[in-house]
Design a protein around this ligand. Structure first.
Ligand code: UD1
Length: 416
């Protein structure tokens, strides 16, 4: 198992290119199932989750050619309409094959994801939405077995905002008979990126990026080319790292317009931020001020940035309150931060963090993807050496993170 060893105390300086967004790439790879023609993608990040999705699609019969960040997928001949447990348990986003398979082939067998470290995360909204569109669904031996002749457009109201739920039903609706209206839909930029790719494939979608998305089904989709949007969570993670460690960094190939809330909080912490086109520059020459935050669906503060801000708050001036409203068990990193000397109290879904002048390096363990990023940031500012164990979580969602941080001047190395 790989570990990261980090010598804390260096400031971060220089330029870092932002990769394609994991959470846009995963649904868009699944969109290839919706047509027999080729889908050409650019800026696909090299991540373990993307590798898992590739394997899943290949075992269904999708032909995939890859060269760096360019991927061409062809789902002309699909022989297996199944997503097995082994793959879904390592990556919940595998549920995103459900909508495309049922709508194009009339059948799908997809494992239920089961529990995960950050909460129970059910998929009832995906299932109920497909049922409302006329699919017959049975849960058999831990699998969702869905069947439908042709899905029918209808109005679907989400009780809770669900990102992959919105994406799954949007993909199901593009080939359905009639109009589907998704209400209380997720407004995340990754939903918009998927919609743009589907529109390029011939889908008729209006309202993506708002809470009401209207999709008029078409008979079939065709091939297209699409460039995956920049990863806003990777962008935010580097910006928080530089705010915590101090320095002067510039993100390239980034998008500031989808980071409003995060940039606002970094400004509150004391960072000076300048945006020019697709670059974001951040300068930090002081100890950060503590910042309060509350996670909520986009455009509010993203739950995927909560842990990284927690790391910064542990060494900030003052006391911060962090409220997590999306996932019930997303404070797993707190125990590990305490091992570095952080002072954090938790009550229900609220963490109160009292900033301390200096964290001290120790061996700590990553528990999920964003918690891993939080521990790396803590390691960058702690005194002495921090060893982060179980970084396979990190490799699921951050492309070449140690190479990128090293290039910025961090002392970080991977140990096998
Ligand atoms: C996506 C992101 C993940 C991010 C999360 C919230 C991808 C691949 N992953 O996950 O990085 O942290 O959005 O921004 O895009 N829920 C239900 N029933 C359902 C579906 C969801 O109760 O059928 C609940 C979940 O347990 C959670 C909340 O709704 O409490 C939001 O979850 P959701 O937006 O669906 O998260 P994901 O799409 O899995």
């Amino acid at each position: 198992m790989h570990k990261l060893a980090i010598q804390g105390g260096n400031r971060l300086n220089g330029e870092v290119r932002i990769s394609g967004a994991k959470n846009a790439a995963l649904p868009i790879l699944c969109a290839s199932l919706l047509t027999r023609e080729s889908l050409r993608l650019d800026n696909v990040p090299e991540l373990n989750d993307v590798g898992t999705m590739r394997k899943l699609l290949q075992q269904m019969g999708v032909k995939i050619e890859q060269s760096g960040g360019q991927v061409v997928l062809s789902a002309a001949n699909i022989d297996k309409l199944e997503a097995p447990y082994d793959m879904v348990k390592t990556m919940r986003a595998a549920i995103l094959v459900l909508g495309p398979l049922v709508t194009r082939f009339g059948e799908a067998l997809v494992s239920l994801p089961g529990g995960c470290a950050i909460g129970s995360r059910p998929v009832d909204l995906h299932i109920r939405g497909l049922q409302a569109m006329g699919a017959e669904i049975h849960i058999e031996h831990g699998y969702i077995h869905a069947r439908a002749k042709r899905l029918k457009g209808t109005r679907i109201f989400f009780d809770l905002v669900s990102v992959t739920g919105t994406e799954n039903l949007m993909m199901a609706a593009v080939l359905a008979d009639g109009v589907t209206v998704l209400e209380n839909a997720a407004r995340e930029p990754e939903v918009v990126d998927l919609a743009q790719c589907l529109i390029a494939m011939g889908a008729r979608i209006e309202g993506a990026g708002s809470d009401t998305i209207s999709i008029t089904g078409v008979e079939k989709l065709h091939g297209a080319s699409h460039r995956i949007m920049p990863d806003r969570i990777e962008s935010g993670t580097f910006l928080v790292a530089a705010t915590a460690a101090g320095g002067d960094i510039t993100l390239t190939d980034a998008r500031a317009d989808i980071l409003d809330n995060v940039l606002e909080k970094l400004h509150e912490a004391g960072a000076v931020i300048q945006v020019a086109g697709s670059t974001i520059n951040l300068k930090m020459n002081r100890r950060p001020r503590a910042v309060n935050l509350r996670t909520a669906p986009y455009p509010a503060f993203p739950t995927d940035m909560q842990a990284q801000f927690m790391a910064m708050n542990t060494m900030a001036e003052g006391t911060a309150m962090v409220v997590e409203t999306i996932f019930e068990n997303r404070f797993m990193h707190v125990q590990e931060l305490r091992r570095l000397g952080a002072q954090i109290d938790i009550e229900g879904n609220t963490a109160v963090i009292k900033g301390c002048a200096q964290l001290e390096g120790a061996t700590i363990m990553a528990t999920d993807l964003r918690a891993s990023a939080c521990l790396v940031i803590a390691g960058l500012v702690a005194q002495g050496e921090t060893v982060v164990d179980r970084i396979y979580h990190l490799d699921r969602g951050y492309e070449h993170i140690e190479a990128k941080l090293s290039a910025l001047g961090a002392r970080i190395r991977r140990m096998k």
